[in-house]
Design a protein around this ligand. Structure first.
Ligand code: ADP
Length: 468
């Protein structure tokens, strides 16, 4: 089945909710209003009947303690137009005035009209002619009987029916207006909710085709949609960064290989052309370039090995401070030659790790510190335990690293300043190897640096000694 678009789904959902609530409101309004109106009609009928009895009794008093037929006729006819059939009898039971006798045709027509009204209101309305008799009491004495006939148990007049149908019409119009408003608001909201998702789809589509510059600017204040936009943006940013690193890596590899290969090519060609004799000097220069290339390939091989998931670590318990001191001692003569002071401090820091590989990490960090610290500078190594981590920091007062280079220095072949680094002989793999070893141990190397002030590289390893 073809999937339905989110916008249509949301619009349909809004519409269904609107229809359901309208149906519910309509049903309640109908039942509730109908009941209320029926109660009102019954109360009104009872009120009119008791008014009629009072009115007829009043006629007796006003006509001088007797009933005047002409005034009864006037009242009876006016009641008949209101749908009430009057009959008045005196104390002896003699009927003085009876609407049915007076105008039977009109009585029948009125009852028929009522029956029709009630059938139009309710097809199964159970009603018929009913009458109630009341004594006409003057000064505590019953002077006669007033009987009122009507269509019962209650009836709606023509005006009532008109009112009811006007009310129904109003309800229908209100319902139609709310439905239209629901459709409009629903469509608007569905579009608003679906828009950021369509934006994300179009952005991810572009990212999939390799356009990593695409970014979303979340205008929605819906938390989940804003979070979605942010994750797409950070995905694009990290892909863009990876892409630029990949390009730079290719350029760097080409650069690393080109220099020794060009030197080799020109030296060998010069010898072949007879410009140079294959003297020991020229041949050893060729060998140097070959060694440089071999070293590079070896380093790449080491890095690949350290980064592989299957790297076997030969972990033992040892003191990180002691290893740092030992490594520093090996570099002592180089430091002295360069006029850089080298100190080791800190507490005994026992760690469970591959001693040789951690030794290589310290060596790489120390070599870099030595390379980038000028005469008169200082390098200090400090070990400590912090929480459940063994920490070793290598601080130097060297040239420092520019903030824009800082995020990349652990990438292979990355050299903050290629021209300056050419003399140092590095190929930009040392830190990548050190980081790979730290990560293989579940640890990490971080760096803080200020240009012309120095850098601090911190190796943090998980300290498992308590669990051993
Ligand atoms: P390299 O073999 O070129 O030293 P690394 O991976 O060890 O390669 O270091 C990468 C880059 O990081 C270096 O080329 C240098 O620009 C910078 N860097 C590393 N350590 C330091 C340091 N202590 N001071 C200044 N820059 C450093």
């Amino acid at each position: 089945m073809k999937p339905i678009s989110l916008r249509i789904k949301l619009t349909l959902s809004f519409l269904m909710v609107a229809l359901f609530s309208l149906a519910l409101v309509g049903l309640f309004a109908n039942v509730f209003l109908g009941r209320q109106f029926e109660n009102y009609a019954t109360a009104r009928l009872n009120q009119t009947i008791s008014n009629t009895v009072e009115q007829v009794t009043d006629l007796y008093v006003r006509s001088g303690e007797r009933w005047n037929v002409s005034s009864l006729d006037e009242t009876g006819m006016s009641l008949l137009t209101d749908g009430l059939i009057l009959r008045v009898a005196d104390a002896s039971g003699t009927v003085l005035w009876d609407a049915q006798v007076h105008n039977n045709g009109m009585c029948l027509r009125i009852l028929e009209n009522m029956a029709q009204n009630m059938q139009s209101y309710h097809a199964n309305f159970q009603g018929g002619y009913e009458e109630q008799s009341f004594p006409a009491v003057v000064d505590g004495t019953a002077v006669g009987t007033v009987t009122v006939g009507y269509y019962g148990p209650y009836y709606f007049s023509d005006t009532d029916l008109q009112f009811l149908s006007a009310l129904n019409r109003l309800l229908l119009i209100a319902g139609a207006i709310s439905l239209a408003a629901c459709i409009l608001v629903g469509t608007f909201l569905a579009r608003r909710l679906a828009k950021p998702i369509t934006d994300v789809i179009s952005a991810t589509g572009k990212i999939a085709t390799g356009d990593y510059r695409e970014r979303l600017s979340p205008k929605e204040n819906t938390a989940e949609l804003t979070a979605l936009s942010h994750s797409v943006n950070s995905l694009a940013a990290s892909l863009e960064e990876q892409e630029s690193l990949r390009k730079r890596l290719t350029a760097d590899v080409a650069h690393e290989l080109r220099t020794p290969l060009t030197t080799l090519q020109s030296t060998v060609e010069a010898m072949l052309d007879g410009v140079w004799t294959p003297s020991e000097e020229h041949l050893s220069s060729c060998r140097e370039e070959i060694l440089r290339l071999t070293k590079l390939v070896d380093e790449l091989g080491t890095l690949a090995r350290y980064e592989s998931d299957t790297l076997a670590l030969n972990c033992v318990l040892f003191d990180l401070r002691q290893l740092a001191a030992q490594t520093a001692q090996n570099c002592e003569s180089d430091a002295q030659k360069k006029g850089v002071s080298l100190t080791v401090s800190g507490e005994k820091t026992t760690v469970f790790a591959d001693r040789d590989k951690i030794g290589q990490v310290i060596m790489n960090l120390l070599f870099n510190a030595l390379k980038f610290t000028p005469k008169g500078g200082s390098i200090s190594l400090e070990s400590k335990t912090e929480g459940n981590q063994a920490i070793l920091s290598v601080r130097d007062t060297g040239c420092g690293i520019a903030p824009e280079d800082l995020p990349f220095i652990f990438e292979r072949f990355y050299r903050a300043d290629p021209s300056r680094n050419r003399d140092t002989g590095g190929s930009g793999i040392g830190l990548a190897i050190a980081q790979a070893i730290a990560k293989a141990h579940g640890g990490e190397i971080s760096v803080k640096s200020t240009v012309d002030e120095g850098s601090t590289f911190t190796l943090a390893l998980p300290n498992h000694q308590h669990s051993i």
